[in-house]
Design a protein around this ligand. Structure first.
Ligand code: FE
Ligand code: FE
Ligand code: ZN
Length: 277
């Protein structure tokens, strides 16, 4: 069974989002831990979290994926911004334990002219302050398109971060199809080659989730504009190969395409139909 979901809003609470996912034939979902631009997070209602866990168990959900706010920057040249990032992420880690054994994804950051080496060093410092041996959450680095001074534009950069983290077993990678295509990885004509390269540099066992997006731009554009499935430069044929690939097909796929909930429902139906039984 294809594990697929989309980005949904948690404004109505955890159980409500689980039910919304079921309504659109999803068996997982992604959500922002707090306003994607702000820092204020709603207090967690433990009963609501428990209700979601029961629903997920009953309906055999795949792990769910929390996404850190976009504004977090663990490698900002500003010390205050870095401190803020580590505070917010530490708070998110505590909150994630109400939903144990799930996934938390973040953008490694933008180095703002310090250079990627220094950026990577700072991200490692932050993760080493943040991760706790007792946590059950796996923290994922997202592959980035390389716009501006983004860190994480190559598999090698992500590998360097993983290598520096002491509790490395708490870390993994979330591969965003739009981002890696925009970063220059040819998943349209050479998916096998890209996955072999990922395996050599990072290791496929570190891959926990896929952000499944088409791209509005061309390979190597370093742009990062998501398109609806089948309406971008990656296209439905390549996306069908991605969800069916023997090295990927067991993973949870998360749509972050420009859609409302009914548009997501249509894409989920389309992809379920394209998944080999
Ligand atoms: Fe993201
Ligand atoms: Fe993404
Ligand atoms: Zn993106």
């Amino acid at each position: 069974m294809l594990k697929i979901g989309c980005h949904l809003s948690i404004s109505k609470g955890f159980k409500a989002i689980g039910k919304e996912a079921l309504k659109i034939q999803a068996n997982t979902f992604q959500f922002f831990t707090r306003n994607p631009r702000g820092s204020k997070a709603k207090a967690i209602d433990p009963k609501d979290a428990e209700a979601l866990l029961m629903l997920m168990n009953e309906k055999q959900f795949a792990p769910i994926l929390a996404h850190a706010p976009y504004t977090l920057n663990a490698c900002s040249p500003e010390e205050k911004t870095r401190e803020f990032a580590v505070q917010v992420m530490a708070d998110d880690m505590v909150r994630m334990e109400y939903l144990p054994n799930n996934l938390y994804n973040f953008h490694p950051g933008t180095h703002g002219g310090q250079g990627s080496e220094e950026g990577i060093r700072q991200i490692i410092v932050q993760l080493n302050t943040l991760l706790k041996p007792e946590q059950t959450t796996t923290v994922l680095l997202e592959t980035m398109s390389g716009k501006g001074t983004e860190v994480g534009r190559t598999f090698e950069e992500l590998r360097q971060i993983l290598d520096g983290v002491i509790l490395s077993e708490k870390m993994g990678v979330c591969l965003d199809t739009c981002h890696i295509y925009d970063a220059g990885y040819d998943i349209v004509n050479d998916l096998d080659g890209v996955l072999d390269h990922f395996d050599q540099i990072i290791g496929l066992e570190r891959l926990y989730a896929i952000h499944l997006n088409d791209s509005m731009n061309q390979k190597g554009s370093h742009k990062d504009r998501h398109a609806k499935i089948g309406e971008g430069s990656i296209g439905l044929k390549a996306i069908t190969e991605i969800i069916n690939h023997p090295k990927l097909r067991h993973l949870p796929f998360f749509l972050e395409t420009p859609n409302d909930v009914s548009g997501y429902a249509q894409e989920i139906a389309l992809l379920r139909g394209a998944y080999d039984k």
